[in-house]
Design a protein around this ligand. Structure first.
Ligand code: ATP
Ligand code: LTN
Length: 335
């Protein structure tokens, strides 16, 4: 694997174990990760160091971190093809983050919309980590010299900052980092809440009818889609004036591989009831094997442990190589 990993173009991405994964995480990111595995060398991590920028219950965090790893695999990330590991197992992430933080401006970080949103939501805990979160994210990506970062739409600003920091470092210290590109899928880049379609589907939504967990049962999935907010007319077409219907069409397109226009044509003239049922059934069918595989993995702790340990070893090796180069460039005495 190590030999291969030196050849193909490289991908890095990850998710925070800050809650159960949703259909938004799946369609916006995970499904793309799976599709990219054959053409790229993929490295996917569980960003547990990012997760503690918001107060977490330690036992819950540990449990959820394992579950997120199992959900990656259950969704089709193949441990034989991709490197999987926990961010905290590779200390180079924190080490590079420090150096990058000395090359990132306060002004740049103050402009990040995720920081603004999260500091509003967690007004009682606006910690320094929440502010420097994007620097750690830049370190995650640049450590592996990633060419491409598959994420949902909401992360574009962070990737842009990563590119700026990489270019700045390369300018001051000489060519060191690959400048990464974002990879945003065609459909599902921004899945909206089923209850308030003007907001992103989020695992921290207090109303569980707003999101679909990727491990929800078929019944629950269909029920949530039946309750999904549409509008008072009856036309099934995408449009800025129809956020609920557009979101359902987008979800259906992302799941079936059709375009939104094809999806709209398929349901033209039908009622909202039939439409919502069809979307619910398509999503339930897509997620049924994920749930089954997750249940199997839950019974095989030894297998899962082997995966993340091997992953940390490979990631650690690759990361150390970049970090050594960086230490030399900034003028640290070799040990
Ligand atoms: P939170 O809602 O708690 O802030 P999150 O789900 O936005 O968390 P992550 O778990 O770190 O944050 O996101 C993992 C990946 O899923 C990212 O690539 C993100 O862009 C993508 N993603 C998250 N929500 C959506 C969504 N509603 N639509 C499309 N992609 C999404
Ligand atoms: N901020 C990301 C999670 C994340 C990430 C990364 C994604 C942390 N480090 C590196 C891609 C590459 C989010 O999705 N909320």
């Amino acid at each position: 694997m190590e030999q291969n990993i030196e050849k193909k173009k490289r991908i890095f991405s990850g998710m925070q174990p800050s809650g159960e994964l949703t259909l938004g995480n799946y369609l916006g990111a995970l499904k793309n990760w799976v599709g990219l595995q054959d053409d790229y060398e993929c490295i996917y991590a569980i960003m547990n160091m990012h997760a503690i920028t918001v107060r977490q219950d330690p036992a819950e965090l540990r449990k959820r971190s394992m579950e997120v790893l199992m959900q990656y695999i259950a969704c089709g990330v193949d441990p034989e093809k991709s490197v999987l590991f926990f961010q905290s197992h590779v200390p180079a992430h924190a080490e590079l983050a420090w150096i990058l933080s000395c090359n990132t401006q306060m002004g740049e970080l103050s402009r990040m919309t995720q920081f603004k949103d999260k500091s509003q939501k967690h007004a009682d805990n606006i910690n320094a980590g929440l502010f420097t979160y994007p620097v750690l994210m830049a370190a995650d990506i640049l450590l592996y010299q990633a060419d491409l970062v598959p994420v949902g739409n909401d992360q574009l600003q962070h990737i842009e900052l990563t590119r700026d920091v990489a270019n700045r470092f390369n300018f001051h210290y000489g060519e060191t980092f690959t400048v990464p590109e974002p990879y945003i899928g065609k459909a599902g880049a921004r899945v909206m809440s089923l209850q308030s379609p003007e907001n992103k589907m989020s695992k921290s939504d207090p109303n569980p009818n707003g999101y679909i967990w990727i491990l929800d049962s078929e019944d629950v999935i269909i029920k949530k889609f039946k309750r999904a907010v549409t509008d008072s007319d009856t036309e099934i077409r995408p449009g800025a004036d129809k956020p609920g219907v557009t979101n359902l069409l987008t979800i259906y397109a992302a799941v079936t591989g059709k375009t939104v226009e094809e999806a709209a044509a398929e349901f033209a003239g039908q009622g909202y009831g039939t439409f919502k049922m069809a979307v619910g059934e398509a999503v339930a069918a897509e997620l049924a094997p994920v749930r089954k595989r997750f249940e199997e993995l839950s019974k095989d702790k030894a297998y899962v442990e082997e995966i993340y340990q091997k992953g940390a070893e490979i990631a650690g090796y690759l990361a150390a190589k970049t970090l050594r180069k960086v230490y030399k460039k900034v003028g640290f005495v070799a040990r």
